[in-house]
Design a protein around this ligand. Structure first.
Ligand code: ADP
Ligand code: MG
Length: 322
């Protein structure tokens, strides 16, 4: 098998807060193969964004710190690079798309200049060449009248258009990996689907790998090749998307799946939600972090913590229940 584009091994990231030390990401390992989309899914506060910020080395320090692990990209451990070497990778070999385009785009710089700038920086292109490329990218993300749109400011775009511009920016330098952190969560459902379809289509054409972070199992179903399910800063289940949907092994994943609306679900009945609250990361229980909410929990689950074990081809779960 070809070497994965990204290998994360035993990554642990902590924050020092007034309430104590928070282990936001606790010893997680996963890989992303060439051209593949890995979805990281979990409720709010499960450590998804901290995972993506750790890969990009954008954890604010203090209060945060990557305490342990390896992040192998292109055969190099990103955690061992200098800040300059890391800057050369960010936006070039690894690009990111965030949920909130309004805070990721600079409000006082035109869309054209913001897309062109990384091309001049990373690709040694002249501003003229970079603006031409920016125009082509805007057409590629299906923004009509791209030439004249180069000179507008972010607030003149709708939320959906800004997200398209973010995708254009992310693709500008033909990265090997795109990390899209809840890229469409702020948009309405129809626009969300259009944008994810576009992102999937463009990454597939360019054979770009993607980490797609979402709290929405519906999004996972439609776009992911493989899935890592996070709970309380840990990966509790991981595997090929088809396996996870056909044979979800962890009760938490089963709960997430039960809460997706289906064509055959009765619209008059509310979808079953997972009861209870996500765990407090500064005071995780000694046993399985999901046990307090788990319909299948036993005494064993409260007493000790299950580790990831294989349940199928490339399919792992951290649960004592069989
Ligand atoms: P999500 O899965 O919703 O993306 P995050 O990865 O953003 O969750 O956050 C996971 C946890 O990490 C948060 O609940 C919080 O406890 C902690 N955390 C994240 N950023 C910080 C920070 N800057 N300072 C302190 N704690 C933080
Ligand atoms: Mg997040």
């Amino acid at each position: 098998m070809a070497t994965p584009v990204l290998q994360v091994r035993n990554l642990t990231t902590r924050f020092k807060t007034e309430r104590g030390v928070v282990t936001a990401v606790d010893n997680i390992s996963f890989e992303v193969a060439a051209g593949e989309t890995l979805a990281i899914v979990g409720e709010s506060g499960s450590g998804k964004s901290v995972t993506s910020m750790s890969i990009l080395r954008l954890i604010p320090s203090p209060p945060g710190r990557i305490e342990n692990g390896e992040i192998l990209f292109d055969g190099k451990d990103l955690l061992k690079l200098s800040e300059d070497e890391m800057r050369a990778i960010r936006g070039d070999r690894i690009a990111m798309i965030f949920q909130d385009s309004m805070s990721s785009l600079n409000p006082s710089i035109t869309i054209g200049k913001q897309i062109a700038e990384p091309i001049t920086l990373h690709r040694n292109a002249s501003w003229n060449e970079a603006y031409e490329k920016a125009r082509d990218l805007l057409s590629m993300v299906q923004i009509p009248d791209a030439q004249s749109r180069l000179s507008v400011y972010p607030h003149q775009f709708s939320g959906g258009m800004r997200q398209r511009a973010m995708i254009a920016m992310a693709l500008a330098c033909q990265p090997k990996l795109i990390i899209a952190d809840e890229p469409t969560t702020a948009l309405d459902v129809t626009v969300q689907a259009q944008i994810l379809d576009l992102l999937k289509d463009l990454t597939q054409k360019a054979q770009t790998s993607m980490i797609l972070i979402t709290h929405d199992m519906g999004v996972v179903a439609r776009y992911a090749d493989r899935v890592a399910v996070m709970y309380g800063g840990r990966i509790v289940e991981q595997g090929p998307a088809r396996e996870i949907f056909n044979r979800p092994a962890h009760p938490y994943t089963q709960g997430l799946l039960a809460s997706i609306p289906r064509i055959d679900s009765d619209p008059s009945k509310p979808l079953p939600a997972i009861e209870g609250m996500p765990p407090d990361l500064s005071a995780l229980p000694v046993g399985c972090a999901f046990a307090p909410r788990c319909p299948k929990a036993t005494r064993e689950c409260l007493a000790s913590r299950p580790t990831l074990t294989q349940v199928g081809e490339g399919h792992l779960k951290a649960c004592f229940n069989t």
